[in-house]
Design a protein around this ligand. Sequence first.
Ligand code: GNR
Ligand code: NI
Length: 177
Amino acid sequence: MARLTILEHPDPRLRMQSQPVLAFDGALARLVDDLFETLYDTRGIGLSAPQAGVLQQVVVTDLSDDASAPEVYVNPELMLRSGLGLVEESCLSVPGVVGNVVRAARIRIRAQDRAGELFERDLDGMHAVCLQHEIDHLKGKLFIDRLSIFRRLRMRAAEAVRSRNKGESAARRSGTG
Ligand code: GNR
Ligand code: NI
């Protein structure tokens, strides 16, 4: 097993569409194991393959606090959604940012397990939030895209200041400032 490096925003790979898994082979088993090792290492509740730079539709979750509830979702699809809820989210690929996101309160997921067996599962609470967040990753979407327009404008302003400061200190170092 190996701990994978998690890509961080604004890495362009986080914006790409992940491809369906076609082969349920040893390579997939290794990827799933590595995603779990990385998930437990970072103490997250869910992790998607594209966050590790692997553009395949693979998600792992564990919402227990003692690593006792590992779940694998290969090629997950949202079948039903109902209700709405507002939950504060964070993302391993967007360190230092938290924000409230509106999500469906209850969902039905259809997915395959690591052996390729198809299953359906109804989820609610944090489980439902987590799966919606991970399926977004498979589509190149991040939770910051779902924050309020006010919040996103404020983040963009802060990012502009940061990159300007970075440019100024680089210019100072190179003597062109
Ligand atoms: O660890 C995580 N916590 C979390 C909290 C609220 C909503 C979603 C999440 S998922 C996140 C890990 C992550 O970034 N998965 O993609
Ligand atoms: Ni995330």
